[in-house]
Ligand binder design. Structure first.
Ligand code: ADP
Ligand code: ZN
Ligand code: ZN
Length: 839
């Protein structure tokens, strides 16, 4: 038994902390609860030893060892270490993100009967007392049932008591307050799956044996026995109670049977419930016989899987080529080879549609991990997966850490999507971690997209990834015809700045008249995204951020979308800050405030004026806050209740709505001007993805792109659906500028509440880097970050650029070493390796 352990803690420090074990048994990889700076933290043991730390170090004791065996398999520990090293993140913070901790270490209570309680039970001491009479008759009966249940003196957990007696926690606590019960914390780490209690007919009573007399039972108790026998001697207490109460049988009958040993209560893990989700009359993906391209793609993946070993693939399949069906088929093959399969989807990708496809294909074998699970639900899924009960996992970014035994296939859908990048420590990229996990495990990984990231495309071109292509839509459906509308010409001809061109209006009307559906992309939410003073030119900015406030018009409630009714306001889309709309310019008091730039809310209003008969819906983060909102909105689209949908890039993501034949794109090329080397790539992806929503059903589709830069290569390649042409052109630019994927980057952000302090740190680090030039690395900056202030934090940044990954890593490690040595607070220095934004 070792004396000490080294623990990784979820704190922003790149080191382990040594604790005394004090005779407790523990192994590497298990969780411990330890004191740290006045609080209790859960960490992971990384090493055990007997080396006494130096005398001047005060060594504290581990409070509690939480696990008997390591929670993370070796493979995931390895992956965690790789992430910590690659992304320059503290291992403790990485590991915390890899497992559900919060839900686990929660307190539970047990109850025992107290002397006073016994008295009440036997003497009815409190009967008629004023306190008791305030309770309903049912609650009074429940109190007796609780006392009755606990009478033997054995303590019971809240859940058990609730099942046995119907008493809820409030009632139990009230009884503890009256000193009828003793309440005690249960010092155990619970298995976080939610438990349910089942009532089981004790075996020896199922068939009464000769000579053994059944205790005398009243009619109600007999009825309970009969009910239980009628459902195979076993039933969820929850179910049983509701059936009994419907027949007027009191809760106490069951409790009495339990007390007499005729019925046993057992805990079981709650069954996994998946609500049945419809597919809007379409066939589910797995019900189609695969076409030739799909069959070929599947064969390539399956061959790699059967051969075993690390084998990365890029599946380049155009929109509507039927990638989902290939994913499902590949996962089915993994299952029949006795392996498990993981599918990562972007944040918004886990829509009800996808969920429905997966549940239809895999039933209760599937676990869905998305951002809206409660900590409890997440933990429950985590344990199911670890026990091997869910061999198919579909989830967003952090699902890449799902503890799946025998993982044989990892799929990353829409691999170009930026939601795979975590924008807080550890700043990992889910796609890249997926590839690394596959490498550590030696398994097949497939990255799929209609618009692959240039990183993945480059890997495919260099032969590092096998390229699998699906270049046609299913059933030979044509890709939509894309046309540009030159908005400069439109202005010349009409003499007015218009949100929607005459052509788009005409085509929309015609489409609606034909009873088909239209989608219009307006990639900003709110009403106007700039509020400016005409007199002094001041732009109204957030108090906390150097970001323009967006004007939201209130009271614009539309019956087809569910935006909460909030008044008009200015809102910061970064930090959520809200203020009322000022009457005058805060700087010069002029009353001439000017609202610029139309967002989706304004788009909706204009469309309502233009098409009074249209059934308009809006999809943006104001109208879609939860998965439920998304589900409802998509349901209305599928049913045709909405025939004109306006929204932000959310509308471009993977939705498969067969009635849409026209897509309009408004103001998307604005993003071409953003100061980011990926601006062109993003606009191309958006145009391609949103175009991909048109013509997915029987009828062919059409796309109209309004633009001020019709000659821009992004537009030129987008209208001909020419991804490879675009990629070649863009790669040329990246090579010339030495940008990723033809170099590697890290963004080092220097931040703090005081501008002085931030400037000080920036100067210090900048000077040090200039003096200690890291080999093979170019340093740009320090300079104010494009978002110079966010949430009251001032931000400077430096961009480090290198040809080789090792050189970049070495430079960052040296820099962080200097940061430590100089005692610059670690939270003031954020390292973002492979940043997706340089903002
Ligand atoms: P992608 O993700 O490649 O854009 P989807 O996977 O959403 O495409 O598939 C597009 C549509 O084609 C879906 O409605 C799907 O059910 C259908 N589909 C898939 N495979 C076939 C097939 N072999 N034959 C006919 N329809 C198919
Ligand atoms: Zn002004
Ligand atoms: Zn703000």
């Amino acid at each position: 038994m070792s004396l000490y352990c080294d623990v990784a803690l979820p704190v922003p420090l790149d080191r382990v902390f040594t604790y005394e074990l004090g005779g407790q048994e523990a192994g590497v990889g298990v969780r411990v609860m330890v004191p740290f700076g006045g609080q209790r933290l859960v960490g992971i043991i990384l090493g055990l030893h007997d080396t006494q730390p130096p005398d001047d170090v005060e060594v504290k004791r581990v409070d509690r060892v939480l696990d008997e065996a390591p929670l993370l398999p070796d493979e995931l520990m390895e992956l965690g270490k790789w992430i910590a090293a690659y992304y320059c993140a503290p291992l403790g913070e990485v590991l915390r993100g890899m497992m559900p901790l919060t839900a686990e270490v929660r307190r539970q209570w047990t109850y025992r009967i107290a002397e006073q309680g016994r008295k009440v039970l036997y003497e009815g001491a409190a009967k008629g007392s004023s306190r008791r009479s305030r309770l309903s008759v049912e609650d009074q009966n429940r109190e007796y049932a609780v006392l009755n249940y606990l009478e033997s003196g054995e303590p019971a957990k809240t859940a058990t008591l609730r099942s046995a007696t119907g008493a809820n926690k409030a009632l139990l606590d009230a009884m503890a307050k009256k000193r009828w019960l003793v309440r005690e914390p249960l010092a155990e780490v619970r298995d976080a799956r939610r438990v349910e209690i089942v009532a089981v007919l004790a075996e020896d009573n199922a068939e009464p044996t000769e000579g053994k007399r059944l205790p005398k039972l009243n009619d109600n108790q007999l009825a309970v026995m009969a009910e239980l026998a009628g459902c195979g001697s076993r039933e969820l207490v929850r179910e049983l109670r509701s059936r009994l109460s419907a027949r007027g049988i009191p809760d106490s009958s069951l409790s009495t049977l339990v007390k007499r040993g005729l019925v046993r209560l057992e805990e079981t893990a709650q069954a996994f419930h998946v609500t049945s989700l419809g597919n809007h009359g379409k066939k589910f993906a797995h019900e189609h016989a695969l076409n030739e391209a799909q069959t070929e793609a599947l064969a390539t993946i399956v061959t790699a899987m059967n051969a075993g070993g690390f084998k990365p693939h890029l599946l380049y399949g155009i929109t509507g080529s039927g990638k989902t069906a290939v994913y499902i088929a590949a996962m089915q093959r993994a299952l029949s080879a006795n392996k498990s399969a993981l599918l990562l989807v972007p944040e918004i990708g886990l829509t009800p549609g996808t969920a429905a496809q997966m549940v239809a294909a895999f039933g209760s074998e599937v676990a869905l991990l998305h951002s809206q699970l409660t900590p409890d639900e997440r933990a429950e899924q985590w344990h199911r997966i670890r026990r091997g009960e869910a061999r198919v996992v579909i989830g967003t970014r952090s699902a890449v850490f799902a503890p799946m035994p025998n993982l044989g296939l990892i799929l990353v859908d829409e691999e170009h999507d930026s939601s795979y990048k975590q924008e807080e420590t550890p700043r990992y990229h889910g796609r890249d971690v997926a590839v690394m996990r596959a490498k550590l495990l030696g398994c097949t990984v497939v990255l799929g997209s209609a618009t692959p990231s240039l990183e993945s495309w480059n890997n495919a071109e260099r032969g590092r990834y096998a390229l699998v292509q699906m270049l046609e839509r299913v059933q030979q459906r044509p890709l939509p015809k894309v046309e540009m509308i030159d908005m400069r010409e439109e202005f010349r001809e009409t003499g007015k700045e218009q949100l929607f061109s005459r052509r788009l209006i005409e085509e929309t009307q015609a489409t609606l008249d034909r009873n088909e559906q239209v989608i219009i992309l307006l990639n900003r939410r709110g009403y106007s995204f700039v509020v400016m003073c005409r007199s002094c030119g001041e732009k109204l900015e957030c108090e906390n951020c150097a970001i323009s406030l967006t004007y939201h018009k209130g009271g614009e409630e539309n019956s087809l979308n569910g935006e909460a009714r909030v008044g008009q306001r200015l809102e910061c889309h970064y930090c959520g800050y809200r203020r009322t709309v000022p009457k005058a310019c805060p700087k010069c008091q002029s009353e001439h405030l000017y609202y610029l730039g139309a967002g989706s809310q304004q788009g909706e209003e204009r469309l309502q004026e233009l098409f009074p008969g249209a059934r308009i819906g809006r999809m943006d983060r104001d109208t879609v806050r939860t998965r439920g909102d998304m589900e409802r909105l998509l349901g209305r689209l599928h049913s045709g209740e909405i025939n004109l949908l306006v929204g932000t890039q959310m509308i471009a993501k993977g939705h498969d709505i067969h009635g849409v034949t026209l897509v309009g794109v408004v103001g998307a090329d604005f993003a071409l001007g953003l100061p980011d080397f990926r601006a062109a790539e993003r606009v191309f992806q958006l145009l391609t993805q949103v175009s991909g929503r048109a013509g997915r059903g029987e009828l062919p589709g059409k796309v109209l792109v309004q633009t001020y830069q019709p000659d821009h290569y992004v537009n030129q390649f987008a209208i001909t659906h020419n991804y490879t042409g675009f990629a070649a052109r863009e790669m040329y630019f990246r090579r010339a500028m030495r940008y990723p994927p033809l170099s590697v980057l890290a963004n080092v952000i220097l931040q703090g509440e005081e501008l002085e302090e931030v400037l000080g740190i920036a100067t210090k680090l900048g000077r040090w880097l200039a003096k200690n030039k890291p080999e093979g690395v170019r340093v740009l900056g320090p300079a104010p970050a494009p978002n110079a202030r966010l949430k009251r934090i001032y931000r400077y940044h430096m961009v480090l650029k290198a040809d080789r990954r090792e050189q970049l890593g070495a430079a960052l490690r040296a820099l962080l070493g200097f940061v430590d040595a100089e005692q610059v607070p670690r939270r003031a220095v954020v390292v973002d390796v492979d940043p997706v934004h340089l903002m």
